[in-house]
Design a protein around this ligand. Structure first.
Ligand SMILES: [Zn+2]
Length: 507
């Protein structure tokens, strides 16, 4: 069966994605082009805009600017509710099917590229993200590993906590969780530092929920080639940082004028009345005023919420505190934009390219990816973004030859060129393993772990490490002289146990 067409628009915050989406949708409804589709609907892929109300902090496009185009999956979750990628993918598929059945084109738009990636390329989500099995079948290999666990780790597995305190607060508990993961699934444990409590715990929950070892799920996935779910045209709307950052600064000031602070106050109100799940978070441990607010989930991750916390909590509310908060929000926004670009270049594009390479000459299975340059606005927007986007869309829908993406602009040439990155899940799993530095580890229950590769090399050259090596050598040579003295007396020594063995034993 032929794959249905899908258009996606990714890009950083504040670059004009919604505007472009509406322009493409309007064009598709106005011209009865030779493609035969009648109009388009916009499907939201922004993890903040799924929340109802709070239009300023979530940067929703005002209804007056929607120009009658349907916007789906927007504003339907309550603050405090959680909504994960797996559920969004299911909801988006439903909305896309419905749109196709109306003979319309779905345009998926949003800054949460991670969601879009998992929509386009299926079968790459771990079980806890895609579904929850209520009574999982325990795989033989996991059953075997469980039966070999020492009793205290088995108890921990059976009573696995939903949340764990960060390692900085409770290092013993954090290390025990890592020890449990190391015993059950060493390749996955090697991926995380023992202080990455959340990630460690999540891997353990995946195991409990699915009845399988995460590394086995990953290796199964890596044997199946990625095949796109739709015939997708991917737009990346891009503006040069120097220009974009200025625009983002202006937008922060506008958000404040439009009532950002009232929304934050309303969110705080909801959080304190709602008795959210009690989570102790590092950054929150000093927040005695409101210890049950989970600042890390859902809409509470919006930029601005955290930045204005101290200002709003203070009784004085000084001008200085206000301008500090504004500056800090501007900084966070720029950093977010940077991370978004980095995700597109380092995660999404490599998968797109790898899939396209696999698809050979099959146009159906090829995902064309275009960068549209939105650095300049006004007339330039119309030619570089709107018109170009509309032309490519028309060619894509009528299955005509498409231009070379890198030929469209200097920006495109630059940003669409990426180094080869491993996209195969097994390669990704094995790419950044942590190793224990036996020299620097003084407490086996709190080992010093360093990422292999560059960081490991840097660590080996660091002053602290070299100092400890010298000390260990001095100690060793002393011990050897001592041992030699003993041997000459004809006694055996079993001084062969290395530091590493001592430090790596799980408990
Ligand atoms: Zn070291």
């Amino acid at each position: 069966m032929a794959l249905h067409p899908l258009i996606t628009i990714c890009g950083t915050t504040g670059v004009g994605k919604s505007k472009l989406a509406i322009e493409l949708a309007l064009k598709l409804s106005s011209c009865s082009g030779s493609h035969g589709w009648q109009g388009a609907r916009i499907i939201n892929a922004d993890s903040m805009q799924v929340y109802a109300g709070m239009d300023v902090i979530t940067n929703k496009v005002p209804e007056t600017q929607m120009q009658g185009v349907d916007h789906l999956l927007m504003g339907f979750k309550k603050p405090g509710e959680q909504y994960f990628v797996g559920q969004w993918v299911l909801d988006a598929i439903k909305a896309i099917d419905e749109t196709h059945s109306k003979n319309q084109i779905p345009i998926v738009v949003g800054g949460t590229s991670y969601w879009i990636q998992h929509l386009i390329f299926p079968d790459r989500l771990v079980p806890s993200e895609s579904y929850v099995t209520l009574s999982p079948v325990l795989a033989d290999s996991l059953r075997k590993s469980l039966s070999a666990l020492p009793p205290h780790l088995l108890d921990l597995y059976n009573a696995l906590p939903d949340y764990a305190e960060p390692a900085s607060i409770n290092p013993e508990a954090a290390f025990q969780l890592h020890a449990l993961l190391s015993a059950l699934d060493p390749p996955v444990a090697a991926r995380w530092h023992w202080k990455d409590t959340r990630k460690v715990l999540r891997s353990l929950h995946i195991m409990k929920d699915s009845g399988r070892k995460p590394s086995e799920i990953i290796s199964e996935q890596s044997q199946s080639l990625v095949k796109p779910r739709y015939r997708t045209l991917c737009f990346w709307l891009y503006a040069r940082p120097s220009v974009l950052y200025q625009r983002l600064d202006v937008r922060v000031d506008e958000m404040i004028e439009q009532g950002l602070l009232n929304e934050i106050l309303a969110l705080r109100e909801i959080a304190s009345s709602q008795n959210c799940r009690s989570v102790q978070i590092e950054s929150l441990s000093s927040d005695s005023e409101n210890p049950r607010t989970d600042y890390t989930m859902g809409i509470y991750q919006s930029i601005g919420y955290k930045e204005f916390r101290d200002y709003l909590a203070s009784s004085q509310r000084s001008d200085k505190a206000f301008s500090d908060a504004v500056e800090s929000m501007k900084l966070s926004t720029r950093q977010y934009a940077k991370r978004q670009v980095s995700w597109l270049r380092n995660k999404l594009l490599p998968v797109v390219y790898a899939t396209n390479a696999n698809s050979g000459q099959d146009v159906e299975l090829t995902t064309p990816a275009y960068l549209l340059d939105a650095t300049e606005l006004g007339d330039k927007w119309n030619t570089n973004v709107r018109d170009l986007g509309q032309q490519i869309t028309e060619a894509f829908l009528t299955q005509q030859d498409l231009p070379d993406p890198k030929s469209l602009s200097v920006c495109a040439q630059e940003m669409l060129t990426v180094n080869d990155k491993p996209t195969d899940p097994i390669a990704v799993l094995n790419a950044r393993r942590r190793m224990v530095c036996s020299v620097c580890t003084t407490d086996g229950e709190q080992p010093v772990m360093i990422e292999e590769g560059k960081e490991w090399e840097l660590h080996q050259k660091s002053r602290t490490h070299r100092k400890l090596v010298k000390r260990a050598n001095r100690l060793n040579s002393g011990q050897q002289r001592h041992a030699a003295a003993i041997r000459t007396e004809g006694q055996r020594t079993d001084d062969e146990t290395s530091w590493q063995d001592l430090n790596l034993s799980p408990s």
